[in-house]
Design a protein around this ligand. Structure first.
Ligand SMILES: [Zn+2]
Length: 253
């Protein structure tokens, strides 16, 4: 029996990559803390699944790691929900890279954006309080520029999310000592093709090992790669617990 109740919980809502397996939504991870509920990324299909867990208007913040559509496309639907649907009258706090508002407006028009959302621009810097008791730390990682890996700390509990990135020293540094590393594994157990700005399973395991993470949760894998082989490859590089993130299955951090 756990001596101490854990306060930080991760719920994978969408684990798909830039194209996804049947039934998968694209990137979206709900984080519940004592001080509030936040969502990391909101890719295509995620808004529907998110509503199994929380009314979207009850989110305290949405953090968008980068401007690829598999990480932010459903902000277009959430805009309608918040501006003219059940969320009308509230504005959601949306933290994202520079240009997020402009990208949404270019694709879906300007209407309702500022009624739906209160935009804040992400930047590296000292930790900030995202909601009471939950600290947000960012590290820019090499992918679409800029892309921010995210660390969340609540007391002695901590979670790090890789966002999308190619192997880099900044991610294990951000994740140092974290309880749970949620890491992209786009290419499974296979080689990362030259020029591709993503990780494979062995590299994800190496990040967890270098960071001294408590456990590793793999996510964001293209459908053609073998999930079991990827799990084995990650376990070969990291001695701690390794699993695939599964949609709707909460993980205590
Ligand atoms: Zn990406």
């Amino acid at each position: 029996m756990d001596a101490m109740p854990r306060s930080l919980t991760l719920v994978p809502v969408g684990v798909g990559a830039a194209y996804a397996r049947p039934g998968e939504a694209q990137s979206c991870y709900l984080v519940r803390a004592d001080g509030g509920v936040v969502c990391l990324d909101l890719g295509a299909g995620a808004l529907n699944r998110l509503q199994r867990h929380v009314p979207p208007e009850d989110l305290d913040a949405v953090v968008v790691t980068h401007l690829h559509p598999d990480h932010c496309a459903d902000l277009l639907s959430l805009r309608v929900y918040m501006a003219w649907g059940p969320g009308a009258g509230r504005r959601l706090r949306v933290l994202g890279p520079p240009g997020l508002r402009e990208q949404l407006a270019a694709f879906g028009g300007d209407g309702g954006l500022d009624a739906a959302f209160r935009f804040e621009t992400l930047a590296e810097g000292p930790p900030t309080e995202l909601v009471p008791g939950l600290r947000l730390t960012l590290a820019e990682v090499p992918h679409l520029s800029p892309t921010f890996a995210v660390r969340l700390d609540a007391g002695d509990e901590s979670l790090c999310y890789s966002a999308d990135c190619v192997a880099n020293p900044g991610l294990p540094a951000l994740a140092a000592g974290c309880g749970l590393l949620l890491c992209e594994c786009t290419f499974g157990a296979d080689e990362v093709p030259p020029g591709a700005m993503h990780l494979n399973a062995e590299q994800a395991g190496a990040v967890a090992r270098e960071a001294g993470a408590g456990a590793l949760l793999l996510t964001h894998c293209y459908p053609e790669h073998d999930l079991a082989a990827a799990l084995a490859a990650a376990r070969g590089a990291f001695a701690g617990d390794v699993a695939w993130a599964r949609q709707d299955e909460a993980v205590a951090v």
